[in-house]
Design a protein around this ligand. Sequence first.
Ligand code: 13P
Ligand code: SF4
Length: 384
Amino acid sequence: MSTTVKDTSAESEPRFPLPPYKSLGNEALAERIAAVRAAYGKELLILGHHYQQDEVIAHSDLRGDSLQLSQMAAASSDCRAIVFCGVHFMAETADIVANRPEKLAERDGLRVPVILPDMAAGCSMADMAAIEQVEAAWEELGEVIDTSDVTPVTYINSAASLKAFCGQRDGIVCTSSNAAAVLEWAFARKRRVLFFPDQHLGRNTARAMGIPLEQMPVWDPFADELGGNDRAALEASRVLLWKGHCSVHQMFTEQHVEQFRAKFPEIKILVHPECPMEVVDQADIVGSTGKILRTVEEAPAGSQWAIGTELHMVNRLKTEHPEQEIHFLSPIVCMCATMYRIDLAHLCWTLENLQADTPTNVIEVDEEVARWSLLALERMLEVK
Ligand code: 13P
Ligand code: SF4
């Protein structure tokens, strides 16, 4: 199976022209962006992930977590172009679902281009599992355990090729909001799970289901043999965790939690499940960006929160909920540098290219990869 992804390499794309875009102020850029949006109306959908900076969110038609945004993209019937202000794997997922066979049939074969304003907006966690590494791990595992009794589960924060790998092997995708239900689904079918790329989401979810740590060896793709494990550890495994993590959420520590609890006895700790286990264990509430948002929205005025997720989202919650006391869980800046690459200059550039009929930064997933990925995504959507 080919795992190439068409038209997504920075080399094959026109370079972002620094002047004039970078030299324009935000006000001028905002006017030009608004002009393109007005010209397109409902035919253009600009999606903004919760981690985007405020200036970008201001131009987004819809704001949401990674899965919600792709579902919104797929549900829209008027839209003829999507600009995804998020990171690469999100734009890939949007392309897969928005251009799936029945959607293409509804539009007489017309593809909806999905545009990522800056091709360098990747996800360091997704990059920690390359398809070649996962294929090699699967083969090596097969020398020790029966891989027909293993369900591969990929976090949605992964390249389309990994979703396709799961699609082909009775596997499935999960998000931060449905990981527990997906693991239940997997264990109802097979004895073990290979979970990639985020070890923390895998560990936090499996532990909450009662699986002991001894049954969760970590597979290091750079180890010389067996992912750095002995045969006995693999034979005893229920969940094989991939050695990947989010560099943003990895920064939160249990000391941060202790410091807040000591200073504010009433405070509630609200964190994303990509945080390390020691942090999640001490938190009051754990959930996706969507759940974090809803929790704050629904809380009574005067609630105190220390939130462990990306900085831009926490700062926006502070601004939008002055009736609550919101703190960032870490004393140091934890922002997603790749999300932050999407700025008004890149947004304006890609929108004006689209309008000039020379779209740039179009994410188009290889047809076969998309087909298998869709299967793994559809399995996930059926899990309640
Ligand atoms: P959500 O799916 O919760 O939006 O998370 C995406 C992400 O990248 C978190 O780091
Ligand atoms: Fe990836 Fe972490 Fe950024 Fe989320 S916050 S997009 S997991 S690097």
